[in-house]
Unconditional design. Structure first.
Length: 515
């Protein structure tokens, strides 16, 4: 067997991972540009973002299954080339519809890249301590990518046209393809049975309906018939998926693995950490731009303390788990991360950036580092060799669902406080300088409320502006407090199920199908 330096392999995989993760958030700062240049509606802007997330989550099982059977390196190379082609298509899109279609195709290609990276890390690192560090680096890169997306997007939008946020993927993919081709070994599942098409359809269908319900819940209404029907379909498809996989001799995913408390606790921890991270970014970018008055690029740059600290502390989190065990490390990370979110929620519009704001981001990155690598190691180590690809798909689907939940739920909690407060502020002016339509628009977002203030006479607007800011800060505190409670409850939920000891070494690469 050809020998590869496993750390160079990890570097190549992290390049692919970084590109895919950044593309999840890079478009956020470009949304005002899309609205102006492509005349995108609010719904169109939402789907420019969500059009990537939905197929990404829905096709993760297909990506993991294909990689297991056809070869992980081979599938990654094909998917990388497709990702570059669809990125080029997106960069030259001239309508909202074509851009949404391009984003959906990019998300579909990403679903065949993401799980393969984690599967390969699992099979090439055979030493327990080295594998823990590798998971730490891998998880740290994923967290850094989430934070770097708005910075990269802001920089490109500032100097180039909107298509640059997509076209930048083409040279990046060229480098990634060369690295994967030259460095990364091909590997397959040692047990290649027939492809479980029924399991794939049912599993992907359940993830699709769940993700769509979460994405659309805030706008359609959580109690609307359509959203409730989607949740119902998720339950039906999920139950059918479980029943089908239990009956299969060679299932795509042996769902019995969820009987393992360690696997389920690790999976829940990963869902929670992405929920907290995306909820935090959703809140803090608005705080920076709409309350502190920073530009999109400047707001993105001010999240760098999180990215920098994560790069330093994530391998240390992996080391801590090997020394003291996930049970002692992961719950502490959840409490630390929840405390950091609660702390930043207590800030005022004039709080010192170099002080409590940076401090809360640094504390959050430490908590993130204590959760990600140990939880990933727990979930992947609970699986047999022939389930590595499916396990990676579960791992990444969990992260994607957690990410979607973070924005949807924290956003809904924010709106539940913000909307009535804005109504109370502006309602007395209806009929005397403010229309009912303007009142409705002002309740939609902080940006809309500030725009409404700008249309009022200077004296009136100047008097109302502080009240609008106060409404935002109250909603900000509410959203951060709820996220902190979720973190604390998750810590209590998983502490009894995570293993005391570090995970055991994997099988030798030959047994894992490395070629």
């Amino acid at each position: 067997m050809r020998r590869f330096n496993q750390w160079w392999i990890l570097a190549a995989l992290c390049l692919c991972l970084l590109m895919v993760v950044i593309d999840n958030t890079i478009v956020n700062v470009a949304l005002p540009t899309f609205a102006r240049d492509l005349h995108s509606s609010n719904a169109g802007l939402q789907w420019i973002v969500d059009g990537y997330a939905l197929p990404f989550a829905a096709l993760m099982f297909a990506g993991g299954g294909a990689a297991d059977r056809l070869g992980r390196q081979r599938v990654m190379l094909i998917a990388l080339v497709a990702f570059a082609a669809f990125s080029a298509y997106a960069s030259f899109s001239t309508s909202t519809g074509s851009l949404i279609a391009a984003r959906a195709l990019m998300g579909a290609a990403a679903a065949f890249i993401f799980p393969a990276t984690l599967s390969i890390v699992t099979v090439v690192f055979t030493n327990a301590r080295e594998r823990a560090i590798a998971f730490g680096v891998w998880g740290g890169v994923a967290g850094i990518g989430v934070a770097l997306g708005p910075i990269a997007g802001g920089e490109l939008i500032t100097h180039f046209w909107y298509g640059s946020v997509f076209l930048v993927n083409v040279p990046t993919v060229a480098l990634a393809v060369a690295a994967v081709w030259l460095i990364v070994p091909n590997s397959t599942s040692p047990a290649k049975g027939r492809f479980d098409f029924l399991g794939l359809i049912l599993g992907s269908g359940a993830v699709t309906t769940l993700t769509l319900a979460i994405i659309q819940g805030p706008s359609w209404g959580w109690a609307s018939a359509t959203v409730l029907a989607l949740f119902g379909a998720t339950l039906v498809l999920g139950a059918a998926f479980v029943r089908t996989e239990l009956a299969q001799a060679e299932p795509m995913l042996d769902v019995r693995v969820f009987r393992s408390g360690a696997f389920s606790a690790g999976t829940w921890s990963l869902l929670t950490v992405t929920f907290l991270l995306t909820g935090f970014i959703f809140m803090v970018t608005q705080y920076f731009q709409l309350v502190r008055g920073y530009s999109a690029l400047s707001a993105g740059v001010r999240t760098l303390p999180f990215a920098i600290t994560t790069a330093i502390t994530t391998p240390l989190g992996a080391w801590a788990a090997t020394k003291w065990g996930p049970r002692r490390v992961v719950p502490v990370g959840l409490v630390v991360m929840g405390s950091a979110i609660w702390w930043i929620g207590q800030q005022s519009p004039t709080s010192a950036y170099f002080g409590p704001v940076v401090g809360s981001m640094v504390l959050m990155s430490v908590g993130f580092s204590l959760i990600t690598a140990p939880s990933t190691a727990v979930t992947m180590s609970a699986l047999p060799a022939n389930q590595v690809g499916a396990g990676a798909s579960v791992n990444e689907t969990t992260r994607e669902v957690g990410s979607t939940l973070g924005v949807a739920i924290v956003g809904s909690v924010f709106a539940s406080t913000f909307t009535p407060r804005i109504h109370d502020i502006f309602a007395p002016l209806v009929g005397s300088g403010l229309t009912a339509e303007q009142l409705t628009a002002a309740q939609g977002s902080m940006a809309a409320a500030l725009a409404t203030v700008g249309h009022l006479p200077a004296a009136v607007g100047g008097a109302l502006a502080p009240h609008v800011t106060s409404a935002f800060m109250a909603s900000f505190r509410h959203g951060c407090s709820v996220a902190a409670v979720v973190a604390g409850m998750s810590a209590l939920a998983v502490v009894g199920f995570l293993p005391n000891e570090a995970h055991h070494p994997a099988d030798e690469p030959e047994a894992m199908g490395v070629k």
